[in-house]
Each structure stands twice: as structure tokens, then as C-alpha cells.
Design a protein around this ligand. Structure first.
Ligand code: 5GP
Length: 112
């Protein structure tokens, strides 16, 4: 079963994209909890951060570099948060690795 994010990446489900390259996409969270709430998602379907392998090192670095570039492009380069939920116990609900990019006023403490 593909995850919601795989279906968004495949354009089977709609999303508001703000960035795409060969390795990742970024789109608006469906339930934003901050003025900027983007999800930065690798095209490779790694379920959780802890499932990343040594061969994913370059991809993980790419995601962090892009997180900064995308936040800056959105006007939040001076102040933003990058958040990863690893596992259900940490609040992960979609088991396809993703980075929350949060900026501006936060609407509540939790991200969901
Ligand atoms: P997690 O809790 O797994 O770290 O975060 C999953 C995020 O995906 C949540 O913030 C949730 O609002 C978002 N989300 C869930 N389903 C969809 C969807 O269909 N489209 C978009 N754009 N975001 C979604």
C-alpha cells in the first residue's frame, strides 16, 4: 500500500507544491499549525528516520540543505524550525519520512 505521500508525489492526490527536484518534494501541510508549515518529503519511501541506511546519508544531507533554501525562499530564512517525528510514539502518522518546516506564528504547541 503506498502512503499518502507517495500518492501525492505521483500526483494521484492533490497538494500545493512549493518545490520539487529529482530527490524530494515540498508541499503545504493539509492542516498547517504555523504561518509556514511545509512538508519536505524524499521521493524515496523511507518509513521513519531510524530506517535510513548509510547509503541514504547524501539524501538526508540534501533534505537539510533544501530545508534552508526553501524556508529562505518562503521568507523565513532567519527563523524557522525543522521537525521530524520518528515513530507513532513521537506523533508520526504518515510512515514516509518527512521534515516539517515551520515558520512564523505557531497556532498551537503540537504539530497535529
Ligand atoms: P507526522 O505526524 O506523520 O509527522 O505528520 C504528518 C503530516 O501530514 C501532518 O502534519 C498532517 O497534517 C499532514 N497530512 C496528512 N495527510 C495529508 C494530506 O493528504 N495532504 C497533505 N498536504 N498533508 C497531509
Amino acid at each position: 500500500m503506498p502512503t499518502i505521500f507517495e500518492r501525492i508525489i505521483a500526483r494521484e492526490l492533490p497538494a500545493t507544491f512549493v518545490y520539487e527536484d529529482d530527490l524530494c518534494v515540498a508541499f503545504q501541510d493539509l492542516h498547517p499549525v504555523a504561518d509556514m508549515h511545509l512538508l519536505l518529503v524524499p521521493k524515496k519511501a523511507i518509513p521513519r528516520l531510524v530506517d535510513a541506511k548509510p547509503e541514504d546519508q547524501a539524501l538526508l544531507g540534501h533534505l537539510l540543505v533544501k530545508a534552508g533554501e526553501i524556508a529562505a525562499a518562503q521568507g523565513y530564512g532567519e527563523a524557522f524550525q525543522v521537525r521530524i517525528h520518528n515513530g507513532a510514539g513521537a506523533g508520526q502518522t504518515v510512515f514516509h519520512l518527512h521534515l516539517h518546516l515551520l515558520g512564523g506564528q505557531q497556532k498551537r504547541a503540537e504539530t497535529h
